[in-house]
Design a protein around this ligand. Structure first.
Ligand SMILES: [Fe+2]
Length: 201
């Protein structure tokens, strides 16, 4: 069995502790259970060429905000910051409706575990999204269910809901294929997302 990088394991452990720190619904809890059951079996390291985009200048501010949160969130921020120099940040491959004009250069995503991640696997994906201030991410949807851990101020919307702010350390659950979006206001938005993809048919 491949061994897992200690910095990556520390991040995953901190995330597992922070996700249920706030009230979390049964669907999110079940998804997290599936993801962490699968993570008990490490997979091979991916070959990731670290890459930052100009929007990553907002990372330090976002991480500092998270570090000032509750102890579980601060531990995620520390573990994420330790891992971040190894990550490859990239823009989303496709756009979508209602994105703000500054979205293309005002966002970046990175896959930590998952397809083409630091641990390359196809059954799940855990990664992060960063938005510069005053950026509206496009509406999008995907088949895997998704749980977010939000590390900063910022607004979210899914399905027919209005915009809501989970708060630092807050979570939200996106059922499969639900339309969803996020937006920052005066400060950068940083969020961790966890997708359960499942086994290929
Ligand atoms: Fe999503």
């Amino acid at each position: 069995m491949p061994s897992r990088d200690p910095l990556l394991q520390a991040f995953l452990t901190s995330l597992a502790a922070a996700l249920p720190a706030h009230a979390i619904g049964p669907e999110a809890a079940a998804a997290i259970g599936r993801i962490y059951d699968a993570l008990r079996t490490p997979r091979a390291c991916g070959h990731v060429a670290p890459r930052r985009l100009p929007v990553c200048r907002y990372l330090a501010e976002a991480v500092a905000t998270a570090r000032a949160g509750s102890p579980p969130v601060a531990r995620v921020a520390d573990a994420f910051a330790a891992l971040e120099p190894s990550l490859a940040w990239a823009p989303r491959a496709t756009g979508g409706p209602f994105a703000s004009d500054n979205w293309p250069e005002g966002h970046a995503n990175t896959t930590i575990v998952g397809p083409k991640g630091l641990e390359d696997r196809s059954d799940l994906a855990i990664g992060a999204s960063l938005l510069a201030p005053h950026v509206r991410y496009p509406d999008h949807n995907h088949a895997p269910e998704e749980v977010y851990l939000v590390l900063s101020p910022g607004r979210f919307q899914h399905g027919e809901s209005g915009w809501f702010e989970p708060g630092i350390g807050g979570t939200l659950y996106n059922r499969p294929n639900i339309r969803h979006a996020m937006a920052s206001d005066d400060v950068p938005l940083l969020a961790i997302w966890c997708l359960w993809i499942g086994q290929p048919a």
